[in-house]
Design a protein around this ligand. Structure first.
Ligand SMILES: [Mg+2]
Length: 231
């Protein structure tokens, strides 16, 4: 890195907070506590179907085709329907349980705390997230990384989601940063990296699973610990 950075903007879900692991823990608890084994043979089928519908609905939410409430209400309804369980009340109860329990989970990506500790001594750190504000606050405090961050920028508050340029501009402004002294780090090429590129901000693509791709990226890492050498 040749530029002199002063500000680092992080995505939260799947970049620092281990969305898959945390979510899986709660889904396993749901499968057991709500007696879903009576209707679905394998726990893993339930989890995979939930991910399928959740991803589908998140894409629609990000494109402003559905609301937050529709996203939250529909994902378990569709999952249960897939297994021929037509019970809206149960779907809503599970939905509420998931919303309450999921942000309390504290599994972070490997080396997250150590890397944040290192970076915090050298840079001002911030979060830009498309996740829901009340939920993201709980994740940050429960996983004990909230104190590392100066500014938290929520798409809900700005009114647009990553990769919209406005959320990046707003984040830079709030932090007192410029595109010249800031870098964005995230796991989602479209939201985080393409988003940063649109405002001509440097970025580091966190490709944790080393998924092959043909994206244009400035820098790429597969483990957060690589940031210690880079920054
Ligand atoms: Mg992410």
């Amino acid at each position: 890195m040749t530029k002199k950075y002063e500000h680092i903007f992080f995505d939260l879900d799947r970049t620092l907070w281990h969305f898959e692991e945390n979510s899986k823990k709660v889904l396993v608890a749901i499968f057991n506590d709500f007696g879903l084994h009576r209707h679905i043979e394998f726990e893993d089928d339930f989890i995979q179907q939930y991910y399928y519908f959740n991803d589908l609905l998140w894409d629609r939410y990000r494109d402003n085709k559905i609301t937050k409430d529709e996203l939250r209400g529909e994902r378990f309804k569709l999952t249960l329907n897939h297994f021929k369980i037509n019970n809206t009340k149960l779907a809503n109860e599970i939905g509420d349980y998931y919303i309450n329990e999921s942000p309390k989970q504290t599994i972070l990506l490997p080396h997250a705390t150590e890397v944040l500790n290192y970076l915090h001594a050298k840079y001002k750190l911030h979060i830009i997230t498309n996740g829901f504000e009340e939920v993201q606050h709980i994740k940050l405090s429960e996983s004990k990384i909230g104190h590392f961050f100066d500014q938290l920028i929520f798409s809900e508050k700005v009114g647009v989601k990553k990769p919209h340029p406005l959320i990046f501009k707003k984040a830079l402004k709030n932090a007192g940063a410029t595109t010249q002294n800031a870098v964005m780090i995230g796991d989602d090429y479209y939201a985080d990296i393409y988003g940063a590129q649109r405002v001509k901000m440097d970025s580091i693509y966190f490709n944790h699973y080393q998924t092959p791709h043909q994206y244009q990226t400035d820098k790429e890492i597969s483990c957060l610990s690589e940031l210690i050498k880079l920054l």
